[in-house]
Design a protein around this ligand. Structure first.
Ligand code: SAM
Length: 257
């Protein structure tokens, strides 16, 4: 990767929201993975409440809504995503059960012990796995569950290019063992974890980008920023093709003690 590498997260937020808002999901994952994580939790209590933190436009929110009877509060920092999710909920006729609010995961507007399940796909990295596990726990009822997917090292050591890639992108992932230890120390009983298959990246995340890139660039008048942004995403997808033995997304499921 060249020296003046610009991480995806450092592009203008309007541009990020515009591009990712066109996609079915904003991070690697799949409906099957969401449902598998939910199965590890088992049945939820009557009138259960779920918080979906860093919901994006809500792909997993709607899978949770279809798979449970719970009341779901989704949270994201980007107003564009919150608006899209709420509009989708209205269209589906489930707005009384599924609502998104604009808030930071670092200052969640929730009462203590108000949720039976905390959900977060591909987003805990924005607060840090250890801190998120620790700070979000207070919103969970005792015995409640947490399920998060997080970018994770799959091997104890990696080629130098992979470590550099993480550093260039400002991320410091943990290994599966480290993350499970963080969960345990934050007061959860780790129940299960699983690595998301490569299809969650290639088919569900990168492939749909191909369908929107040209229109996105046209709409943005092929601006230098938009062009560089797309270039970065293509590099990222190629990097995943080459090095996916070393990193991936892992779903972690636990129960508050
Ligand atoms: N969960 C969605 C999915 O899997 O499709 C979105 C995942 S996307 C990789 C990460 C999400 O976290 C984005 O929607 C982003 O806007 C949101 N996010 C980033 N920082 C945040 C913060 N401080 N508070 C709340 N949401 C945040």
């Amino acid at each position: 990767m060249e020296q003046n590498h610009v991480p995806i997260t450092e592009f203008d937020m309007t541009l990020i929201a515009d591009f990712f808002g066109r996609l079915p999901r904003q991070g690697p994952g799949s409906d099957d993975a969401t449902r598998l994580a939910l199965r590890h939790i088992g049945s939820l209590p009557d009138s259960a409440r779920i918080a979906d933190i860093g919901c994006g436009t809500g792909r997993q929110t709607f899978t949770l809504a279809r798979s449970t009877d719970a009341q779901i509060t989704a949270v994201d920092i980007l107003p564009e995503f919150v608006a899209k999710l709420n509009e989708h909920a209205r269209q589906e006729g489930i707005a009384s059960r599924v609502a998104a609010v604009e808030a930071s995961m670092e200052a969640l507007p929730f009462a203590p012990e108000s949720f039976d399940l905390l959900w977060s796909e591909g987003a805990i990295t924005h607060i840090g796995f250890e801190r998120g596990m620790r700070e979000w726990s207070r919103f969970l009822k005792p015995g409640g569950h947490i399920a998060v997917s997080e970018f994770t090292w799959l091997t104890p050591e990696r080629p130098a290019a992979v470590d550099k890639y993480a550093a260039d992108n400002g991320i410091a992932p943990g290994t599966i063992e480290e993350n499970i230890l963080h969960m345990d120390r934050a007061g959860y009983l780790p129940l299960a974890h699983f690595v998301l298959p490569a299809s969650c990246w290639k088919t569900e995340y990168y492939k749909p980008m191909d369908d929107v890139i040209e229109t996105f660039l046209d709409d943005r008048g092929h601006s230098p920023a938009a062009t560089l942004f797309v270039e970065r995403l293509r590099e990222e997808a190629a990097f995943y093709d080459r090095y996916n033995d070393y990193y991936g997304y892992v779903f972690y499921i636990g129960r508050k003690r």
